[in-house]
Design a protein around this ligand. Structure first.
Ligand SMILES: NC(=O)C1=CN([C@@H]2O[C@H](COP(=O)(O)OP(=O)(O)OC[C@H]3O[C@@H](n4cnc5c(N)ncnc54)[C@H](O)[C@@H]3O)[C@@H](O)[C@H]2O)C=CC1
Ligand SMILES: O=C(O)C(=O)COP(=O)(O)O
Length: 390
């Protein structure tokens, strides 16, 4: 039995993907083989020694100590694209919230007191002049980060007759193919910020992107521009945004990440991290994460990991051995030589590397003895070795 420990609310449809006869899944569970979570902060010290994998049902992995996982040879999975549509739809809501005084209008209507239907209508028609907005059509949206979410936002903005400009210095080839040709690429973030009426952020929080938008970046923006942060707290310097809003240097800030620096600041529309909170997206993420964990624990396969290479070896006959090692020369040769010394024939194998790590799956004609496994684990540079299918 594999033991999966969950954190946060994980959709039932995903949890049901773990075959009940082979997996035990619970939020309180000792000696887990894998952890399945959403935004729960996971430091290295929180990861028990029995853990072989971590899955984030969602996109951002900044809540997980990925470097620590890599050092221990633990793959961290995420679910690319699985919640992108939910975020895109909320960004559209954000664009409209910031353009049509929707919150003020809703609050005002909720507070109306009328003694008759006619009185209510009179107040509505009299008061609406205070909530005049502006249209999105013809305005320029700057999308920073053109991955799964950014490209969907760009598509939808074009269909709203907006002009779309984009900036993404690390755009993957796949993402470039997905991007509508009408999106004008900007050579720098500064160029995008200076031209856009709306700027929406869709990039990960990394050391390199922390405080990407601070006072220096806000300064050249248009005074009636709106900034939207549905990416992560920490990418935007909230104190600098609050100052720009108070000084009338920015029209609005729509964020999914409330902070004390923003509380009570006029022009701030803060949502409680709702980007991925739809039934559909929670199910998509949970199913994808559960499938990744099942395939890794039962077959050693890796799909959608943020720190390991993708590696799929179709199930074949024999015993499967998984070895993670530092990405240095002669590792595979040494593992094979331990197997040769033990007279074990290799039926099939696959080896791939990514950054500092290499990962190998070997299908063997017979199971290595404990002594042979101990020799493999003791090789200088081997991070871990596991019999996937004894
Ligand atoms: N509010 C919410 O509930 C949600 C927030 N997110 C956040 O959105 C982020 C993006 O999600 P996806 O689009 O699914 O990820 P993705 O990996 O498909 O796209 C991210 C894009 O950002 C680009 N990028 C990296 N550094 C950049 C930089 N310095 N400047 C401009 N672009 C840069 C990458 O090249 C990539 O194309 C996640 O990392 C997460 O933090 C994701 C889902 C839900
Ligand atoms: O997928 C992401 O990066 C998100 O921010 C969604 O977070 P959540 O799963 O709603 O806690």
């Amino acid at each position: 039995m594999f033991r999966i420990r969950t954190y946060n609310q994980i959709a039932l449809r995903g949890l049901e993907r773990f075959p009940r006869d082979r997996f035990e899944v619970a939020s309180e569970l000792s000696e887990p083989d894998a952890l399945l979570l959403r935004s729960h902060p996971l430091g290295g010290a929180d990861i028990p020694p029995t853990v072989k994998a971590v899955a984030r049902a969602g996109a951002g992995v900044n809540n997980i100590d990925v470097a620590h996982c890599s050092a221990r040879g633990i793959p961290v999975f995420n679910t690319p694209g699985a919640n992108a549509n939910a975020v895109k739809e909320l960004v559209v809501a954000g664009l409209l919230l910031a353009s049509r005084h929707l919150r003020e209008g809703l609050d005002w209507v909720a507070g109306l007191r009328a003694d008759s239907e006619a009185d209510l209508h009179r107040q509505v028609e009299e008061g609406k002049k205070h909530f005049q907005g502006r249209e999105l059509r013809g305005r320029t949206l700057g999308v920073v980060g053109l991955g799964a979410i950014g490209s969907r936002v760009a598509h939808t903005a074009l269909s709203l007759d907006m002009n779309v400009i984009g900036y993404d210095p690390a755009l993957s080839v796949d993402a470039a193919w997905r991007l509508p040709s009408q999106v004008a690429p900007m050579a720098s973030l500064e160029a995008l910020l200076a031209r856009a009426d709306y700027v929406t952020l869709h990039l990960p929080l990394l050391d390199a992107t922390r405080n990407l938008i601070g006072a220096a970046q806000l300064a050249p923006m248009k005074e009636d521009a709106v900034l939207l942060n549905f990416a992560r707290q920490g990418i935007v310097d909230d104190a600098a945004v609050a100052e720009a809003l108070r000084a009338g240097k920015l029209r609005g800030f729509v964020t999914d990440f409330p902070s004390l620096a923003l509380t009570g600041v006029p022009g701030v529309l803060a949502l409680p991290h709702l980007g991925a909170s739809t039934g559909e997206s929670e199910e998509n993420c949970a199913v994808m994460a559960a499938e990744a964990l099942t395939d890794f624990l039962e077959n050693g396969n890796i799909r959608h990991s943020v720190n390991f290479p993708d590696l799929i070896l179709e199930p074949g006959p024999g015993v499967r051995l998984a070895v993670t090692n530092r990405n240095i020369p002669k590792m595979l040769g040494q593992v094979l030589s331990v197997l040769a010394d033990a007279d074990i024939n290799v039926i099939d194998m696959l080896n791939k590397s990514r950054d500092e790590l290499a990962y190998n799956l070997l299908d063997l004609e017979e199971e290595p003895t404990e002594a042979a496994m101990a020799r493999i684990r003791a090789l200088e540079g081997v991070v871990n070795a596991r019999l996937v299918r004894p």
